[in-house]
Design a protein around this ligand. Sequence first.
Ligand code: THU
Length: 140
Amino acid sequence: MTQPIDWEALLQQAEQARARAYAPYSNYHVGAAILTASGRVFAGCNVENASYGLTVCAERTAIVSMVAAGESKPIAIAIVTRGKEAGTPCGMCRQVLAEFALDLPIRLVGADAREAFYETTLETLLPRAFRPESLLGERT
Ligand code: THU
């Protein structure tokens, strides 16, 4: 059963999270908000580090917060980046998101052109993803 998605509310949460991004090195602020099957929303922002490689993206911050709260069924994600044209999730984030869902809609929004969003799915962004089933299938 598909649940209606309040994209405006989800987008607002992603924007609020984006305002909390810690990105003093790239100055590229990202916010993400994940809606789960229970109706709760988990937001995240990118958190950079003086040791650059330790940076965590907004999408992974949000996913980690979802799992830490005991949830595992994301049904939609909104991501806000800077500019008019939204950036797309990096490869690492695609893989981390794919652990929990493949068919969820992902709405990508540039902070300066909210109406010009781009909607996609993980199936499109990460075809033939390596998934939990890949491992479980090998066990017997
Ligand atoms: N970033 C994200 O938060 N999400 C992405 O999917 C792409 C990149 C962050 C990481 C870093 O803090 C900044 O954007 C520039 O790469």
